[in-house]
Design a protein around this ligand. Structure first.
Ligand code: TXA
Ligand code: MG
Length: 379
């Protein structure tokens, strides 16, 4: 594989006049490179602006996708690892690069509703309503799969998840490729989803062909996945679009995760596997102010979610760093970035005080439960 330097030089020239200040996302990139200076960047990185994606960068990325390669790009939720969804060999490379189990299906991304309709066998009226209300945006619709979507994308299921992402880079890339793009989150399997380009590189450098760096993603957690093949529809993965918003849009009953029993066949409940989104740092969730029970030794970080008052902790057990995320939007936008930074910092453990059990915190609670173990007993 070619070294990154050439392409990065090419691109730095393409993003603005010579001598213009390094854009913030490129600065972040440089910082990340300083943190791991000994790791060669084998996968080229092209910075570009989401407000006005450089057509040369988009054309280059689309060419790679059309030839069966893998390109990581930002959506409004997290970075995705894209391949041409109609090319089974290309899609198989996604599973290889991520170490993803073959039974876990991928979401197909399109830039227009017509292209999404081409990926499915039936397009119910409810899909029209939801597309109108939430697309482009962080909602994935699971529908019966059309013949042009190969088995490898859907893990052999007869359904497919489709969505139109909001980021301009993502839509420009799909448009330039002219094909639906299969894209899971661009992280190693079971790791934290990436919200910045250097997170992708940390996990997948050398395993993929290109990273388009358009800075930090806005929403910050993965899309809501809604199964429209059941009646009533079911939310398979909570996200920033809530069950209540979907109910309101459809004007009918919609089941949240808690409203239907977990599928006894783990493999047929994709997205619902317990180990998911996990940091490398040992991560515990505790009741507010249960710090007494924490291990006596070691450097640690505390993330407190919601507005519950948190004690300073007993003397000698104060966290080395404390992060407060007061609202669901703030937490969704930055939780994964904090987890990535904590993993790099080398602290001994992370303690999370979960937010209250309220519908608006559902998606964050879901991610925290998957990322952590209870301490000392069940929380
Ligand atoms: O926001 C997102 O959804 C991001 C961006 C890149 O679009 N993508 C993402 O993909 O999170 P991934 O592969 O990391 O998660 C997709 C989830 C998985 O839990 C998968 O099992 C579920 O969607 N899924 C995909 N197709 C499905 C299907 N046909 N039936 C049920 N679940 C499906
Ligand atoms: Mg994922």
């Amino acid at each position: 594989m070619k070294r990154a330097t050439k392409l990065c030089d090419w691109n730095t020239r393409s993003t603005g006049p010579r001598g213009s200040p390094t854009p913030p996302h490129a600065r972040r990139w440089a910082e990340a490179a300083v943190i791991r200076p000994y790791v060669p960047l084998l996968t080229p990185v092209i910075p570009l602006n989401d407000d006005e994606p450089d057509p040369r960068a988009v054309t280059k990325a689309a060419g790679i996708l059309r030839r069966g390669g893998l390109v990581a790009f930002a959506t409004e939720t997290v970075y995705g690892l894209g391949a041409d969804a109609t090319n089974p060999e290309a899609v198989a490379r996604i599973f290889q690069a991520k170490g993803r189990p073959s039974f876990n299906p991928l979401i197909v991304h399109t830039d227009r509703v017509e292209m999404a309709r081409d990926c499915v066998l039936q397009w119910p009226a409810s899909a029209d309503v939801l597309a109108h209300c939430f697309w482009p945006g962080p909602l994935t619709l699971v529908l019966p799969r059309a013949a042009n979507i190969p088995d490898v994308v859907t893990a052999g299921r007869d359904t497919v998840g489709v969505r139109i992402p909001k980021s301009r880079v993502a839509r420009a890339l799909i448009e330039a490729t002219g094909r639906p793009i299969a894209a899971p989150s661009a992280n190693r399997s079971t790791g934290i989803s990436p919200t910045e380009a250097w997170h992708v590189s940390n996990d997948l450098d050398g395993k993929i062909d290109l990273i388009l760096d358009s800075g930090k993603t806005g929403v910050g957690i993965e899309s809501t996945v809604l199964d429209l093949t059941t009646s009533p529809p079911r939310v398979l993965r909570p996200g920033s679009i809530t069950v209540e918003q979907i109910r309101e849009a459809l004007g009918c009953e919609v089941l949240g995760q808690a409203d239907f029993p977990p599928d006894p066949h783990a493999h047929s409940s994709p997205g619902q596997m317990d180990v998911h989104y996990a940091p490398r740092t040992p991560t515990f969730r505790i009741e507010p102010n249960a710090f007494e029970a924490l291990p006596r030794e070691g450097r640690w970080v505390l993330i407190a979610l919601g507005e519950t008052p948190i004690d300073e902790g007993p003397p000698g057990r104060r966290p080395d760093r404390q992060i407060r995320l007061l609202t669901p939007t703030e937490a969704e936008a930055s939780l994964y970035s904090h987890l990535q930074a904590i993993d790099l910092s080398g602290v001994d453990f992370l303690v999370i005080v979960p937010p209250p059990d309220e519908p608006r915190w559902l998606a964050i609670r879901d991610r925290i439960w998957r990322a952590s173990r209870p301490w000392p007993a069940s929380v």
